[in-house]
Ligand binder design. Structure first.
Ligand SMILES: N[C@@H](CCC(=O)N[C@@H](CS)C(=O)NCC(=O)O)C(=O)O
Ligand SMILES: [Fe+2]
Length: 297
């Protein structure tokens, strides 16, 4: 009897964080129980400076309940609105961490903004740096990388079986696309990245990284290429020039994320909090006025 063909469709479980409107994923291989965690959130309260692990622990509880084995801890980009829980999960699971190879450029950019000469800008804070076209496996599932810059210099898309984790490129069709005005962002590059994503097979399931719940609707995070082409107001009937104009016009109305200065200094270090000072206390550092002429929130 021939053995059955391996299952190529990952099981995808999304976990929504209402504090940051982020979606975290556990993507598992039904055939082997191997899984990847994508874009885990480390909780942070900027009012008190408190850090907690409720989101990350919920991912671990699911992993334990489903008897999964964590093979990878993946980030799509260095996030500007929340801390990555990659390092916490690395310590808990022993699994390797990864991010896009151009993270080294983001490290250099923010090293200058923070005046942080000790920061290593070689990406050595992760176990693996993924470049366009690279392949890896999660159990029997094939995964490959699209380089998807625009929102950040280093953004990547993880294509795992029939699922693509597009994070901050496309949001749900009623929510358009991600902003492209952070340091290193580019509306033109974002458009080009969107075209590569939209060229994936029509049946590809798309999983977004945020949902800002327009009109107060319940959070949603799964769409298809067909939905996006038909209904996303930043895609349907829009060309590159029109996209750049509408993206840049909207970006001019957006204040910086409230945690951008907190989050980047943790996330360009792979989700590590700053080292404690001689009194045992950890501190964050903010540049004053370094982001230029921004809209106040
Ligand atoms: N109000 C949120 C905004 C976060 C934000 O700017 N999110 C980015 C993704 S990291 C985005 O693309 N937002 C699109 C938008 O707000 O239209 C915050 O302060 O954290
Ligand atoms: Fe983002």
């Amino acid at each position: 009897m021939p053995s059955p063909a391996p299952l190529r469709q990952p099981r995808v479980k999304g976990f929504f964080d209402p504090r940051t409107f982020s979606v975290q994923y556990v993507v598992s291989d039904p055939a082997t129980g191997q899984c990847a965690i994508i874009d885990p959130v480390l909780d942070f309260d900027e009012k008190s400076g408190s850090v907690a692990t409720a989101n990350a622990d919920a991912l671990l509880a699911y992993v334990a309940q489903e008897r999964l084995a964590v093979a990878w801890i993946l980030d799509t980009h260095p996030h500007a609105d929340h801390f990555s829980a990659a390092q916490y999960l690395r310590e808990k699971t022993g699994a390797p961490t990864a991010i896009g190879a151009q993270v080294v450029e983001v490290q250099r950019l923010w090293q200058a903004i923070y005046h942080w000469p000790e920061l290593k800008t070689d990406g050595s804070q992760w176990h693996r740096l993924f470049a366009e076209g690279e392949r890896f496996r999660i159990g029997t599932l094939d995964a490959h990388i699209l380089f998807s810059p625009g929102h950040t210099l280093a953004s990547i898309t993880y294509v795992i079986g029939d699922a693509a984790f597009v994070h901050d490129t496309l949001f749900m069709p009623d929510s358009g696309t991600a902003r492209a005005d952070f340091p290193g962002g580019s509306a033109g590059l974002l458009w080009d990245s969107l075209q590569e994503i939209l060229a994936l097979p029509e049946e590809t399931r798309l999983f977004t990284g945020h949902d800002y719940q327009p009109g107060g609707r319940a959070p949603l995070w799964e769409s298809t290429i067909g939905d996006q082409k038909a209904r996303n107001g930043h895609i349907a009937g829009i060309d590159r020039e029109a996209f750049i104009a509408l993206r840049e016009a909207r970006d001019r109305t957006l204040p910086m994320p409230k945690l951008i200065l907190h989050a980047l200094q943790v996330n360009i270090a792979g989700g590590r909090l700053p080292e404690p000072e001689s009194n045992g206390q950890r501190y964050l550092k903010f540049p004053i006025g370094a982001l230029g002429d921004v809209r106040w929130g």
